[in-house]
Design a protein around this ligand. Structure first.
Ligand SMILES: [Zn+2]
Length: 231
């Protein structure tokens, strides 16, 4: 994928905002099931409080972040990314090294959103020669409207951990008006439509999205929220 690959070590999430600011991390278990087109369950990693808010123009007070994390956690999301680890550039070599260092979950990020299902497939094929698929997650941006398609292809290849950001928080800081992270609401809607379990309550998740959008005085980037007139 012609994009920046970002690696996140979920195991090293650290707290700078108090006790609630934790990663409720459980080991990525599902993994690829041979002969099955789609995973039964997908773990969603909510990146809104880190990746999302970090790229918003408005500075968000700590209490607001904590409140958002609480609401997200109440919706059933079990992994909430709070801080990033490193930003090395070269995948799959770096992925291989991290994996051998004990990093149990490696998030492959298309953070400028230029990837397509074709390049996603190629990238995953290359990385899966170095690292088992059940240690990989995908992090797609929707800048070119490809995020859900890219995620679907990754699921078909056996990936069962997906990063997304509530309300699609986190526009690309370099391109005016470009959309950034794929919205968690939209990912959950697609997964549930495919009969894949996520453990997330979509309507509570949408409440969390509405809360943070009101606070930031911005519109949601979630198509699902737009369609259901939550905002
Ligand atoms: Zn992102």
């Amino acid at each position: 994928m012609a994009a920046v690959m970002r690696l996140v070590n979920r195991g090293t999430l650290s707290s700078t905002m108090g006790q609630q600011f934790l990663a409720f991390s459980s080991a990525a278990k599902a993994g690829a099931r041979a002969g099955q087109a789609l995973p039964e369950k997908v773990k969603i990693v909510e990146v809104g409080p880190r990746d999302g808010l970090q790229n918003e123009k408005t500075i968000v007070p700590t209490e607001t972040k904590i409140h958002l994390i609480d609401m997200l956690s109440a919706s059933g999301l079990t992994v909430i990314e709070a801080t990033s680890f490193v930003s090395p550039k070269w995948v799959p070599q770096v992925a291989k090294r991290l994996y051998s260092m004990g990093c149990y979950e490696i998030s492959l990020g298309d953070t400028i959103g230029v990837g397509t299902p074709g390049s996603m497939t190629e990238m995953l094929q290359a990385v899966s020669r170095e690292v088992p698929l059940n240690a990989l997650a995908v992090h797609c941006h929707d800048t070119y409207g490809q995020a859900l398609a890219n995620i679907l292809v990754a699921l078909q290849m056996g990936i069962s951990v997906v990063d997304s950001s509530v309300a699609g928080l986190g526009g690309c800081p370099y391109a005016q008006g470009a959309s950034g992270n794929v919205a968690t609401e939209d990912v959950v809607y697609m997964l549930h439509g495919l009969g894949i379990q996520t453990g997330v309550d979509l309507s509570r998740l949408m409440d969390a999205g509405a809360f943070i959008c009101r606070t930031l005085n911005r519109k949601t980037n979630s198509k699902v929220s737009q369609a259901t007139c939550k905002l």
